[in-house]
Design a protein around this ligand. Structure first.
Ligand code: G1P
Length: 299
């Protein structure tokens, strides 16, 4: 078996969406640049991929997304200033971001997640690749993507991440029908994009981490628009699952939907409480706040 992580060298980050769930903040700024504590959402996703040995970062952008490119570019004026002021730690943080090998592709029309992935075809070429949706934030202490790569290495099959959701939430996600082959690992029979609660085949939802093989491109090229008139990755995976094994790996760790206002607030609180510098002061503030507001901790 190949060394863990090296089977997947490339990752695709769809980042062309309009961020309508987070208006007005996302009117002129990319939702991927919303900061959780001190890092933008897309940096969490890029670092998660980097931790798995991924070396090439393919970012699918659109209008109003220039800030993403600037974030991973050199910033000479800022670097000179930090150098002169002797702020070595900050300088290191800023310069580290210039080291990622990024490719940027414009998705010229908002035709959906499947179309965004298709835009990566010239860069992914004939290799398997990861897809990370940056508004699904996975706690940096979790090993989800590494675990998915291990499943890919063992099966050579596409893998999606799954989470069990409440019955009323199935209509927010791609939902699978599948059979559990070993603990937490499902062989997928079918996928449905955002079904009505009564029509979902299960409560197992796809969350924004995928390991895909290049076969997906042919399917995406030929698929008809699905839910919302968009080219849906879920529909292409559904076709793929009829032809060859596709797996789903259940994730039981912490995930935040940071593209949603409430999810974003939850992620901010949890990540701030983990931050070495901020945690003490922030915890004191929260405890005091809860006391003065008369909020009781619920068991
Ligand atoms: C997309 C996918 C959906 C998946 C979800 C995960 O939906 O289309 O199948 O469950 O990401 O976050 P979106 O959130 O872009 O509407």
């Amino acid at each position: 078996m190949k060394k863990q992580g090296k089977a997947i060298r490339k990752a695709v980050f769809p980042a062309a969406g309009l961020g309508t769930r987070f208006l007005p903040a996302t009117k002129a700024s990319p939702k991927e640049m919303l900061p959780l504590v001190d890092k933008p959402l897309i940096q969490y996703a890029v670092e998660e991929a980097e931790c798995c040995g991924i070396e090439e970062f393919i970012i699918i952008t659109g209008k109003q997304k220039r800030a993403i490119e600037d974030h991973f570019d050199a910033a000479h004026e800022l670097e000179d200033l930090l150098q002169r002021k002797g702020k070595k730690d900050l300088l290191g943080e800023v310069q580290r971001l210039n080291g990622f090998t990024c490719a940027y592709i414009r998705q010229r029309a908002p035709l959906g997640l499947g179309h965004a992935i298709l835009c990566a075809k010239p860069f992914a070429k004939s290799e398997p690749f990861a897809v990370l949706l940056s508004d699904d934030v996975i706690d940096p202490d979790e090993s989800l993507l590494n675990d998915m790569i291990a499943v890919y290495e063992a099966t050579q099959a596409p893998v999606v991440a799954l989470e069990t959701v409440a019955p009323e939430d199935v209509e927010k996600y791609g939902i699978i029908d599948g059979a559990e082959e070993s603990r937490g690992l499902y062989r997928i029979n079918a996928l449905v994009e955002k079904p009505k609660p009564g029509e979902a085949p299960s409560r197992l939802s796809v969350i924004g981490r995928y390991i895909l093989t290049p076969e997906i491109f042919d399917l995406l090229e030929n698929i008809a628009p699905g839910k919302g008139g968009e080219i849906q990755l879920t529909d292409a995976l559904n076709q793929l699952a009829k032809k060859r094994p596709v797996y789903g790996l259940v994730f039981e760790g912490k995930r935040y939907d940071a593209g949603d206002k409430l999810g974003f607030l939850k992620a901010t609180v949890e990540l701030a409480l983990k931050d070495k510098v901020l945690s003490k002061g922030f915890r004191d503030f929260l405890e005091n706040f809860m006391r003065t507001q008369g909020i009781q901790a619920r068991n």
